[in-house]
Design a protein around this ligand. Structure first.
Ligand code: ADP
Ligand code: MG
Length: 262
């Protein structure tokens, strides 16, 4: 059974792409067969995993359009996981998909023939709630929402949760809201902890453990073309390894590890 996980939040800069790359690499290091999917026309995931989006002839865009099979576009990465890359052409997919019947199902259909080849598929959604994110949520069994701990400005979360409920009602009744993942976390401040308590109260959404600490290693990693796990030992990589461990245990039937329970 393949687990398909969407990482979504319409706010930019909350560590969606970093989470997909690092969690994917951690799962691969545990021996899982992992595919990561770049659904953002900016191609940041593609770039951070060592492939220049400007030099790719085909990407997830042609796959969503139905012109090529996903298997023909998939690239390998130094982190031992496969990548379905994005290029800026994906910006045109929104308009193209909008004219099609079943437009929310394009990714789900494209991934179907691949599912037997992977244990986990992790989807990096773009910073919007448009048709690409709807495709990510429709193709997924679970959604994880990275939340920056620094600001109390989580006003977009209500809107995102409404979108998740709409997807559950219309295109994907089985979609599970896994929870919020605290990112850019600074354990030294009580502020970060207050923000998390507020999120779990206000949205009655589980807050996953562990919170991902703020460290400069992530910026260094994305410039190097490999995830933060490929570099020297650091607390950011350790946190994503622990998250991967917790999620695998959850997928094997255990309860999901939450921050409040710690
Ligand atoms: P998103 O995909 O949500 O827009 P990114 O994953 O691209 O967010 O992250 C935004 C920026 O924050 C990037 O420059 C990334 O390197 C940085 N970043 C992400 N996680 C951390 C972290 N835990 N500590 C420090 N910087 C981080
Ligand atoms: Mg991103």
């Amino acid at each position: 059974m393949t687990t398909v996980l969407a990482v979504a939040n319409q706010k930019g800069g909350v560590a969606k792409t970093t989470t997909v790359a690092s969690l994917g690499a951690a799962l691969a290091a545990m021996g899982k067969r992992v595919l990561v999917v770049d659904l953002d026309p900016q191609g940041c995931l593609t770039f951070s995993l060592g492939h220049n989006p400007d030099r790719l002839e085909r990407s997830v865009n042609e796959v969503l359009a139905g012109d090529v099979e996903a298997a023909e576009v998939i690239l390998s990465t130094v982190d031992d996981m496969d990548l379905l890359p994005a290029t800026i052409d994906l910006a045109g997919a929104e308009a193209l998909l909008l004219m099609r019947a079943g437009r929310e199902f394009a990714l789900k259909r494209a991934l179907a023939p691949l599912l037997g080849h992977y244990d986990v598929v992790v989807i990096d959604c773009p910073p919007s709630l448009g048709v690409l994110t709807l495709n990510g949520l429709t193709a997924a069994q679970a959604v994880l929402v990275p939340l920056q701990c620094e600001t109390l400005a989580h006003r977009g979360v209500g809107q995102l949760l409404r979108t998740v409920r709409e997807v559950q009602a219309i295109t994907n009744p089985d979609l599970v809201l896994l929870g919020a993942l605290p990112t850019l976390y600074d354990a030294r401040t009580t502020h970060s902890r207050d923000v998390l308590a507020d999120v779990s109260d206000r949205y009655s959404m589980p807050v996953l453990a562990p919170p991902i600490p703020r460290t400069v290693k992530f910026a260094e990693a994305s410039a190097s073309g490999a995830s933060v796990l490929a570099g020297r030992k650091n607390k950011g990589a350790d946190a994503y390894r622990e998250l991967a461990d917790n999620l695998v245990r959850h997928w094997e039937g255990g309860a999901v590890a939450t921050f409040a329970a710690e």
